[in-house]
Design a protein around this ligand. Structure first.
Ligand code: ZN
Length: 262
């Protein structure tokens, strides 16, 4: 069976559900809105492009009684309005997927100005309380460094998962790289401090089936942040094959870039 399709995502959710996992939005986690004696998975989605895919995710989850957090970008004052409304219609949380420091070419003052404007645009639709950086792997600029001198709480923001989640107790998985062990190709979408420890513990998953097997044999961590990019999860075989090929080439380039930085 092809991996990284809507079918395989749904299957993953089903096995998590059967294994007794609670599904949390990012805000649920920070508000301790869960049973601490049961395992949980925080579902985070970054809507980078191909926004119609996030609507499929939103609807699949909604049909299963699951709520999650979708982070939307604001590009030149524009949002994927139709898709954002569909996500809200399906009862999910919306956050801001910011890249203001990159857009401001590293000028943190300018980044703060556009951050505030973009947040206001998103808040026309939803009272955004959580933000997460867009990785901009092709740039030297790390968007989350804009918070070194500015506190996002001043904007009514309560959390930035990369900065605020306690990764000593929450395991991180992302589909960046088109697999679940793409941290080796990823410039920023990883938790560098804890990754070596997780590898030592054998918490390495390549395919979605690897995760499913770990859930079924009871070795999967009980507190997890799962980041997905819905654009990568495609049922259409032609689009799927194209995405896989592009991902392969990107990983190759990213690995090369990372090796240059060493
Ligand atoms: Zn992104």
């Amino acid at each position: 069976m092809r991996d990284f399709t809507l079918h395989s995502y749904q299957k993953l959710l089903e096995v998590l559900q059967q294994s007794g996992y609670q599904f949390l939005t990012v805000t649920d986690y920070f508000q301790h809105n869960y049973d601490p004696n049961q395992p949980f998975v925080i579902l985070r989605h970054d809507v980078d492009k191909r926004p119609q895919q996030c609507v499929h995710f939103a609807q699949i989850e909604h049909a299963m009684g699951i709520r999650s957090t979708f982070y939307f970008r604001v590009i030149d004052g524009q949002v994927y309005e139709k898709e954002l409304k569909a996500v809200l219609q399906a009862q999910h949380e919306v956050g801001y997927h910011y890249e203001d420091l990159y857009v401001a070419k590293g000028d943190s003052q300018q980044a703060t100005v556009t951050f505030s404007k973009n947040l206001a645009i998103l808040r026309q639709f939803y009272l955004v309380q959580t933000i997460v950086m867009h990785g901009t792997p092709h740039s030297k600029i790390d968007n989350k460094t804009m918070w070194q001198n500015v506190d996002y709480r001043a904007f009514g923001i309560t959390s930035e998962p990369y900065l605020d989640i306690d990764f000593s107790t929450v395991f991180y998985l992302t589909d960046t790289g088109g697999c679940w062990d793409g941290y080796k190709y990823s410039v920023r979408d990883k938790i560098a401090q804890f990754q070596p420890l997780w590898e030592q513990q054998g918490l390495i998953y390549h395919s979605t089936q690897d995760i499913i097997l770990a859930l079924q044999n009871g070795t999967f961590p009980s507190r997890v942040l799962l980041t997905t990019h819905p654009q990568r999860w495609l049922n259409n075989p032609i689009l799927w094959a194209k995405e896989r090929l592009i991902q392969h080439i990107k990983n190759y380039i990213k690995q090369w870039v990372i090796s240059l930085g060493r």
